[in-house]
Design a protein around this ligand. Sequence first.
Ligand SMILES: [Ca+2]
Ligand SMILES: [Ca+2]
Ligand SMILES: [Ca+2]
Length: 266
Amino acid sequence: MCRAFAFHTKAESNMQRRMILGITLAAGLAASPAFAVTFQHTGDDGWIEQWLSMEVVMNNGGFNASGLIDFISDGTDGDITHESVTTAKGLRKLETAEVKLDDKYSDFGMGDDGVWDWEVVAIDTNDGDNMATSWGLAAGSDDIEWHGIIVLESSKARSATMHPAHDDWAQIWINGEQVYDNSAWTGGVRTVTRPTDVDLESGDNILLFKCGESGGSAYVNLHFEDTESDIDIVPTEDGEFWRYAGGLAVEAQDKAATTWGGLKAR
Ligand SMILES: [Ca+2]
Ligand SMILES: [Ca+2]
Ligand SMILES: [Ca+2]
């Protein structure tokens, strides 16, 4: 077992972000006003890059086993589940909760303090190992579990067609209900075998994407269609999640510090 160890610590990545910001400022490119928020969008070719993701669960026992495990529930003594984390109430709990899993799931810096943190990560939507590489793990890592959350803010109730690609077993929940369950890898990081119609509500729709890997490629990917390109998606393009995460902010919109409600007023 001699894998390249490419995991970056939180401090390092924060430093990188600051350096990037500094470079941007120095180049005079940071002309965006304080409240110009660039949400992510989706479309026929609009694969969603930024996700609020949980540190990878290592040594998952292979996807056939891990696909039956709710690691969020296990790590919070049942306080938060796959279903509840896709509700405003559950997502709000997650903001302050600590997901504590057994040491056996910790490796290569993931869960090294006993707590599996949630951070915004970018997946490379062309990378067949993006479950690993999104967290700085070596491409080819096996027996790992990836979790990611996005919030889709829709101006209206609608039926939409969701296009997930995954390797291996993917499960997706939206607004408290499981909407996708497919243990068969789709065959390519941009290959979708089972487009799935889902109902979105007017307002915030919270989506959890869970995927378990045993061997070979390990990827997640998701897009909707051009008809859904008006939907605003959190995390934002620059990786902000909690500040704009739908239900959380809407319920707190009377608080001056939380401007999401105001931003959304058109
Ligand atoms: Ca941690
Ligand atoms: Ca692999
Ligand atoms: Ca695989």
